[in-house]
Ligand binder design. Structure first.
Ligand code: FES
Ligand code: FES
Length: 218
């Protein structure tokens, strides 16, 4: 068990591809506190602090030696003890893209679909969707809805978030075609305007995602 209170204990985690060593970790430190207060990665938000809102969602990746597979799981960092992710790779919203470099398609689509207002919930939605896509680049619409069961938004009413993200679903936004979500929501009886133009979206390219740190597979 890591996190023993002695002078030699330390844990190693990889955060957004970089090795981080925490010496004498406090067993009560949460992953969220560590990310925000020690690494100053403040993209993951502290909302409820008790696993109810999903604003703190990050992706935790680990290597299963017996099955020789890498697993990606979306977790509530506010409930996750830092010590429980020793030897694992953490990806936060800062690790997938930014306005300073380039946005990841998951970030771009929630923005262009008007799925972010105050923005407090957005990093959590982004990381839930990103984790789903890392495990399955062509999810069904039902799988996308299920991925957000732990994310709350008090501003948008969810429609724009879901419609933006359902463009990742099987059969949607194929090259040269209009997105099926757009088709459903354009020129309806009430004459509501379409929320976005799916042809502007950057395609998802799973081959461009960061690799799992090789050091954690040894
Ligand atoms: S801060 Fe609300 S689930 Fe973590
Ligand atoms: S955009 Fe404000 S809580 Fe979701």
């Amino acid at each position: 068990m890591e996190c023993l209170p002695n002078a030699t204990s330390q844990i190693v985690v990889y955060v957004n591809g970089k090795e981080v060593i925490e010496r004498q970790p406090d067993p009560e430190t949460t992953l969220l506190y560590f990310l925000r207060n020690k690494l100053h990665l403040t993209g993951s938000k502290l909302g409820c602090g008790e696993g109810g809102c999903g604003a703190c969602t990050v992706m935790v990746s680990s290597y299963n030696r017996e099955e020789d597979v890498i697993r990606h799981v979306a977790v509530n960092a506010c409930l996750t003890p830092l010590c429980s992710v020793a030897g694992m790779a953490i990806t936060t919203v800062e690790g997938i893209g930014s306005t300073r470099t380039s946005l990841h398609p998951v970030q771009e689509r929630i923005a262009k679909a008007h799925g972010s207002q105050c923005g407090f919930c957005t990093p959590g939605f982004v990381m839930s969707m990103y984790t789903l896509l890392r495990n399955n680049p062509t999810p069904s619409e039902e799988e996308i809805e299920a991925a957000f069961e732990g994310n709350l938004c008090r501003c948008t009413g969810y429609r724009s978030i879901l419609e933006g993200y359902k463009t990742f679903a099987k059969g949607c936004c194929k090259k040269g075609k209009t997105c099926c979500q757009n088709e459903q929501n354009t020129d309806n009886e009430q004459g509501s305007p379409q929320l976005f133009d799916a042809s502007e979206f950057t395609p998802l390219d799973p081959s461009q995602e960061p690799i799992f740190p090789p050091a954690l597979q040894v």
